[in-house]
Design a protein around this ligand. Structure first.
Ligand SMILES: Nc1ncnc2c1ncn2[C@@H]1O[C@H](COP(=O)(O)OP(=O)(O)OP(=O)(O)O)[C@@H](O)[C@H]1O
Ligand SMILES: [Mg+2]
Length: 359
């Protein structure tokens, strides 16, 4: 089941307020044709509202939305040619599986022979072949979510919007469905906007991630860049663990106290900024300072066994603490000095990231 050629989406300066609360604040977002783009952000940041605006259920106060070349802001939801999957399935409980999936086709006036064929194909696609006559109440959570997905895909929309579709499932099923959604996306190539507040889900599934904070896009980038090159403290803290050291940039040179810090890429503007250190980026060096590294000396203040890794906190002589993680295997553990020794930590220059407090 191939959808029509994939569509690009352009959100321009979209604003939506409820009373005095600005929920979407001049949002700009460009989604590429066939892309799997995830909106990731904390609760209340405006993700669902943005999806509802795209779907046409919520009218923004101002701004423009293009699907391809077409301005859709005044278009009714059913004319926008998009499929939607919600968190709570939203299936019709009194209809069987096939009738649920065929519903969008009946709305569009497709004849019943074609509906039967397309419903069966959609069921196969979500690996529920033969389930058409089951009642919705006879399905597990994961099966219900597959039916909801089949119903969203059956009319071959050019865009699909999903709002936390897996959040009702347990961890194992959620991970299975993540892979399936990804597989389906690769097969169909439908432009997809996916909402989650689960950072790992976003990193696993997306071509690109838009991190949303307070109704604004804080950063739009690939999962790799969002993780390793966040543009702000907010993005860095929202995705993964990190330590921040206060540093100062003067005439393009970054210093932590009097120590020069070398970073990959362009230096941030002059003034105070932050050195971001991810726990897995830091190495324990067996000698003093090394080439290609920013080095820090300190003492181990705590060690916590976490199964696959050991989390160490190293108290620097300057008072800050750096958290690092090492593999909990014999080689990794053998490299950890005792608490009383002074150790040298190395942060490769290629991994050294400077960022601004606020963007
Ligand atoms: N119909 C409404 N009337 C008034 N306020 C609303 C309405 N819909 C949403 N809001 C407010 O807009 C803000 C954003 O809500 P939204 O549902 O878009 O957040 P979200 O990012 O989807 O959060 P979550 O992760 O919890 O689903 C919230 O502060 C919410 O209270
Ligand atoms: Mg929401």
């Amino acid at each position: 089941m191939a959808s029509g050629s994939a569509l690009d989406i352009h959100v321009r300066q979209v604003t939506k307020s409820y009373g005095a609360i600005v929920v979407l604040d001049r949002v700009d977002l460009d989604v590429r044709p066939g892309e799997f783009l995830t909106l990731l952000g904390p609760s209340g940041s405006g993700k669902t509202t943005l999806l509802m605006v795209l779907a046409g259920f919520t009218r923004p106060d101002s701004g423009s939305i293009l699907f391809g070349e077409r301005e859709v802001i005044r278009l009714a939801p059913h004319k926008r040619d998009l499929g939607m999957v919600f968190q709570n399935y939203a299936l019709f409980p009194h209809m069987d599986v096939a009738t649920n999936i065929g519903f969008p086709l009946r709305l569009r006036g497709v004849n019943s022979a074609d509906i039967a064929k397309r419903v069966e194909a959609a069921l196969e696609m979500v690996q529920l072949g033969g389930y058409g006559t089951r009642g919705v109440h006879e399905l597990s959570g994961g099966q219900r979510q597959r039916v909801a997905l089949a119903r969203a895909l059956v009319f071959e929309p050019r865009i699909i919007l999903m709002d936390e579709p897996l959040s009702a499932l347990d961890k194992q099923l959620r991970e299975l469905m993540q892979l399936e959604l990804r597989r389906l996306h690769e097969k169909l190539g439908t432009t997809t906007i996916y909402v989650t507040h689960d950072q790992r889900e976003a990193l696993t599934m997306s071509d690109r991630i838009a991190v949303i904070n307070n109704g604004k896009v804080a950063q739009l980038d690939t999962p790799q860049h969002i993780y390793s090159k966040p543009k702000s403290r907010f993005v860095a803290e929202f995705i993964g663990e990190s330590t921040f050291l206060n540093v100062t940039v003067t005439d393009g040179v970054c210093r932590y106290h009097d120590q020069v810090i070398k970073a990959d890429g362009a230096p941030v503007q002059n003034g105070p900024c932050l050195l971001m250190i991810r726990p897995e980026q830091v190495l324990i060096l067996d000698s003093a300072a090394q080439e290609g590294m920013n080095c820090f000396s300190g003492r181990i203040a705590s060690r916590v066994f976490q199964g696959d890794t050991v989390r160490l906190e190293v108290q620097l002589s300057r008072g800050d603490a750096i958290t690092l993680r090492i593999a909990a295997n014999s080689a990794g553990l053998a490299a950890v000095p005792s608490d009383s020794e002074t150790i040298t930590l190395g942060l490769p220059i290629a991994d050294t990231t400077l960022l601004l407090e606020e963007v």
